[in-house]
Design a protein around this ligand. Structure first.
Ligand code: UDP
Length: 405
């Protein structure tokens, strides 16, 4: 059963399906990166963004929707305990297909590379509804790593009509895979737009209160880990964090622990009583950014956190063997350490002994990605006169701010 709900902030009624754009979101990072797109679409006369959430991640998704005051129009509420990828993709396809036939949108927007992204794109493709893919073209070159995301985003590339790569490298991957250039739009990553919006909120202006952490005196290190390919390596990662914690008596590691039991059980067993390590519940997005913007070093396997830390000029130890975000490495802020405990400690120690390089501009975008995406969708869906107003607001973006194609 789909549950229609009123959407006060973003919702507006458009009489025909011509301007209806259905945004489909399942997890925390998808919601963070799609909220700016919904806002930008809602600003265009004649477009009506609708939100369908699958609830692939429940608690963390709802936390983000609250922070952006974004209310779902359809909530499939699909999360079950011990759900397999096949369970999720099957249920998302069935649920989304129903919403598509109820709403008859003119386009569907998906983001990234989750089971929700792939299943929603396939449901739309089957219904012959064009798909816009936000954060398209990321490639690690290895379908097992990250699993299943690398394969999922490749398949979404085949299904999508409009592709929005965040960086020049992602843009090139799409062109090399044969996507016609007039379907590919280099925009920057919408996570930068989301960060800019949130960093202005009062919650980001003061240092968060965390037991035993003095932001003025301590060397604060942020850690996150959750990737599926690291589920069997959590003990190694925890060992690495213990070694980092003893590098200096003033180090404090703050670690918001992912709610997935596979991760949580190991992390609490291994790190609960370690001095210098604070295990936290998942933080709200502004709380998380408030911490991230004040940390000295970041240890993570997360995609979004790599982008945000880089955007904030923070040095990173990446807890993966490969990254589909090579810009983090090439701008000099990221080091790939994998999950070997001594490699993690050595990389962290090296960063704590030197200043991170100063970067020129943000390799992930300028904060206007969502506006560019909305403009492309509007140009495809609406008659010319509906776009005039939006064009004038976009002309405020200077040449220097646009991401070079
Ligand atoms: N994040 C958050 N609270 C936390 C940890 C992370 O809001 O306690 C945000 C973070 O700022 C980033 C996103 O969650 O935007 C990353 O999500 P995740 O690491 O779950 O997924 P990935 O980016 O690896 O797909």
């Amino acid at each position: 059963m789909t549950t229609p709900i009123a959407s006060p902030l973003y919702g507006k009624t458009v009489s025909s399906s011509l301007g209806k754009v259905l945004m489909i979101v399942g997890t925390r990072p998808e919601a963070i990166k799609m909220a700016p797109v919904a806002r930008a679409l809602a600003e265009i006369p004649g477009l009506q963004p609708l939100l369908c959430v699958t609830g692939q991640q429940r608690q963390m998704l709802d936390q983000v929707l609250d922070m952006f005051q974004w209310t779902p129009d359809f909530d499939l509420d699909l999360m079950h305990t011990h759900q397999s990828l096949t369970d999720v993709t099957t249920r998302v396809m069935q649920g989304v297909s129903k919403v598509l036939s109820e709403t008859q949108p003119a386009a569907v927007v998906v983001q990234g590379d989750t089971a929700t992204t792939l299943a929603a794109a396939l449901a739309a493709f089957n219904a012959r509804i064009p798909v816009a893919h936000v954060e398209a073209g990321l490639r690690s070159g290895d379908v097992q790593n990250p699993f299943p995301e690398e394969a999922y985003r490749r398949m979404v590339t085949e299904l999508a009509t409009w592709h929005f790569p965040p960086t020049e490298q992602a843009h090139q991957h799409l062109l090399r895979s044969g996507i016609p250039p007039n379907r590919v739009f280099l925009t920057g990553n919408t996570v930068v737009d989301a960060m800019h919006h949130m960093l202005r909120s009062p919650a980001c202006c003061t240092p968060p209160q965390i037991a035993n952490v003095d932001w003025d005196r301590h060397i604060v290190v942020m850690a996150t880990a959750h990737r599926r390919e690291n589920w069997t390596r959590m003990e190694e990662i925890c060992d690495g964090l213990r070694r980092v914690a003893v590098l200096d008596p003033s180090i404090r590691i703050i670690f918001p622990v992912h709610p997935n039991r596979v991760i949580r059980d190991v992390v609490y067993r291994e790190l609960q009583d370690i001095p210098g390590i604070a295990l936290l519940e998942p933080q709200t997005y502004p709380e998380f950014l408030a911490c991230l913007s004040r940390t000295r070093l970041v240890l993570t396997d997360s995609g979004g956190v790599q982008e945000e830390a880089t955007s904030l000029g923070k040095p990173l130890v990446i807890l993966r063997e490969a990254t589909e975000r090579p810009e983090v490495l090439s701008c000099g802020l990221g080091v790939l350490a994998g999950t070997d405990p001594s490699a993690i400690a050595a990389a962290a120690e090296a960063w704590l002994k030197r200043q991170p390089p100063r970067t020129h501009g943000n390799v992930f975008g300028d904060g206007y990605a969502a506006k560019r995406i909305a403009q492309v969708i509007a140009e495809a869906l609406l008659p010319n006169q509906s776009r005039l107003e939006e064009r004038s607001s976009l002309s405020d973006i200077t040449e220097a701010q646009t991401v070079k194609a």
